[in-house]
Design a protein around this ligand. Structure first.
Ligand code: C5P
Length: 213
């Protein structure tokens, strides 16, 4: 990893798994839990890691108490990241297959001068923007669209500034973009799928079973 940079990672596992139907971060994936896989990748790539979990689990998991939204949880994590950190990554605990290479790619892009870097996957479907009645407003130009994953890496000072006003978004890059930061997309990985629905966990378990065979 980049020289002269001090890299910390916030692993956010503070959700209640509403769409999943329970706290998916504690589901078993082979011998380890979903969040243990995510923590292992984060630890391997970072000088330090802050785990954010639902407040009731903080003591048991040795983590920081999360907020009611993902951004609130990231902010709780940021408060526990030491000031000496120069690059801060944010990673969803719900992405247990993030590779070391993914962390290296986003950190390298930030060490090279970007304010933020996110792994992105090209979109294979055509994407429509609709109104409340689902009437199509426009069809977006697919060639310029990417689906953003985590880990996302940021210049620490810019991430702190982006979160200062308590804004909400579905990822941290959006807040960095909103304060004028330069965010780049690096190659994502289809295997780095987010566990959102029970189907995703079934897919993840069959993948792990393959690996253990
Ligand atoms: O809900 P979503 O799938 O976007 O959540 C992404 C990640 O953010 C998950 O790992 C989840 O645990 C975390 N999260 C959080 N605090 C919340 C909501 C979500 O740490 N209040």
């Amino acid at each position: 990893l980049a020289q002269r940079e001090i890299v910390w990672t916030i692993v956010v596992a503070g959700g209640s798994g509403e769409r999943f139907g329970g706290p998916k971060q504690y589901e078993k994936l082979g011998p380890l839990r979903v969040l243990d896989h995510s923590m292992a990748a984060a630890n391997e790539a970072s000088d330090g890691v802050v785990l954010v979990v639902p407040p009731v689990d903080a003591e048991r998991e040795g983590g920081v108490a999360g907020g009611t939204t993902r951004c609130g949880s990231v902010r709780a994590g940021l408060e526990a990241v030491p000031e000496e950190a120069t690059i801060v990554c944010v990673h969803d605990a719900a992405r247990p297959f993030a590779t070391h290479a993914a962390f290296v790619a986003v950190v390298t892009a930030v060490a090279g001068g970007a304010d933020g870097a996110v792994p992105g996957l090209p979109i294979s479907d055509t994407v429509k923007r609709v109104d409340e009645g689902r009437r199509v407003i426009e069809t977006l130009p697919r060639a310029s669209l990417f689906a953003a994953q985590t880990p996302q890496a940021f210049r620490a000072s810019v991430l702190r500034e982006a979160h200062r006003d308590g804004g909400e978004a579905t990822d941290d890059a959006a807040l960095v973009e909103a304060v004028g930061g330069t965010v780049v997309v690096v190659d994502g990985d289809a295997t780095n799928r987010k566990i959102t629905c029970p189907d995703d966990l079934a897919w993840a378990r069959s993948r792990i079973a393959e690996e253990l065979r």
